[in-house]
Design a protein. Structure first.
Ligand SMILES: [Zn+2]
Length: 143
């Protein structure tokens, strides 16, 4: 009983922060939704994690929780050295997870980044720039 009350309380207290030091996620989400999804997706977005470095594992820059319909973007990206198109691309990628959910492949394997997903991912205007940028800046995201 106590844990039920605690979790209800926790749920009620949840709020999302979208305004970062450099980027406003709500604004990015709105732009990407307008440009690529006819403003049809209805999701929440929030920053997650801590801006500092030092962890020994590779961080996930973004994630999508289909139950909560919530996109989380790592605070590491709230940095003036991150190009706008790159954070837009990460938000776009997570939105695609909602628009093109995982499929069952052969032998019941769950395909997350399946062919249709990838086809749409490549339609991002600065797709090649974003790929090039991450290739040259991987060190920023490693502990
Ligand atoms: Zn993904």
């Amino acid at each position: 009983m106590f844990s039920l009350i605690a979790s209800l309380f926790k749920k009620k207290k949840t709020f999302f922060t979208t305004q970062g030091k450099v980027f406003d996620l709500q604004e990015i989400y709105r732009q990407v939704n307008d440009e690529y999804f006819d403003a049809k997706l209805n999701l929440s977005i929030t920053w997650s994690g801590h801006p500092g470095r030092g962890a020994q594992y590779k961080r996930r820059l973004g994630s999508f929780d289909p139950k909560a319909r919530l996109i989380k973007i790592h605070r590491l990206l709230d940095n003036a050295s991150i190009p706008g198109y790159f954070i837009n691309f990460i938000v776009y990628h997570e939105m695609l997870h909602c628009a093109y959910p995982p499929k069952k492949g052969k032998k019941g394997r769950r395909l997350i980044h399946h062919a249709v997903f990838k086809k749409h991912e490549k339609q991002f205007r600065e797709y090649h720039l974003a790929q090039e940028w991450i290739k040259n800046n991987r060190h920023l995201f490693l502990g």
